[in-house]
Design a protein around this ligand. Structure first.
Ligand code: DX5
Ligand code: ZN
Length: 215
């Protein structure tokens, strides 16, 4: 069984209410929210006014993925949404240990995210403190990109590190998750699958969510 966190980035932004109602009625576990600033990644998605509107109508726990520089500036704002998980990028945080503790103090679970080029071994000194590691399986910034195969090795390396250290961290993957890659990822040892276009681009998104859950 996998935890499924559909990414709202692939929803219809002209009718978010309809897509969020679909998520509410589905077997999805969480809703994944991708915030981009046009600096950390070469794209801009949505910000707090949109997140607040989404939080009001979404009944699933919010899995917030900040693709922004200096994410520590927004711990309070993310907590005020009632978010369950705040994911910050390793590459965006000079004082990652401090940020993780600030996220916990604000009452949220803390996730640390790695870009495809950032090695898993760099997590050695935070792995016991985080609730989740989010491995990017594409370069962040856009939906609908091709899965990077090397990510499967990173999932295995991370699974080994978690076992060796007794960490309780979940392994989440994000980018290019589809019918085929999801099977490979689950076999490699993931706990949480994020899927944007695979879910929202489907005629029957309920079926796709169930498929991912049952891997
Ligand atoms: C990419 C985002 C992803 C994106 C995934 O920067 O972090 O969450 O929505 O989209 P798909 O599943 O279409 O690759
Ligand atoms: Zn994401």
């Amino acid at each position: 069984m996998q935890i499924v966190s559909p990414s709202l980035l692939a929803a219809n932004f002209a009718n978010l209410e309809k897509d969020i109602e679909m998520i509410n009625q589905s077997n999805a576990d969480w809703l994944h929210l991708d915030v981009m600033d046009g600096v950390f990644v070469p794209n801009i998605s949505f910000g707090f006014p949109v997140l607040e509107a989404v939080a009001k109508i979404c009944r699933k726990p919010l899995d917030v993925h900040l693709m922004i520089v200096r994410p520590e500036k927004f711990v309070k704002e993310v907590a005020a949404l009632g978010a369950m998980m705040m994911n910050v990028h390793y590459e965006a945080c000079v004082h990652l240990n401090r940020v993780i503790h600030e996220i916990h103090e604000a009452g949220m679970k803390a996730g640390v995210t790695l870009n495809p080029s950032t090695p898993v071994c760099l997590l050695e000194d935070v792995i016991r403190d985080v609730d989740m590691v989010l491995l990017m399986t594409v370069n962040p910034g856009f939906g609908g990109q091709k899965f990077i195969e090397h990510s499967l090795d990173k999932v295995r390396q991370l699974r080994d590190m978690i076992q060796r250290t007794g960490s309780k961290a979940l392994i989440e993957v994000d980018g290019g998750v589809n019918k085929t890659t999801a099977v490979q990822l689950a076999e490699a040892g993931t706990d949480v699958l994020v899927a944007g276009s695979y879910v929202f681009g489907a005629d029957n998104p309920f079926e796709r969510i169930d498929y991912l859950k049952n891997l």
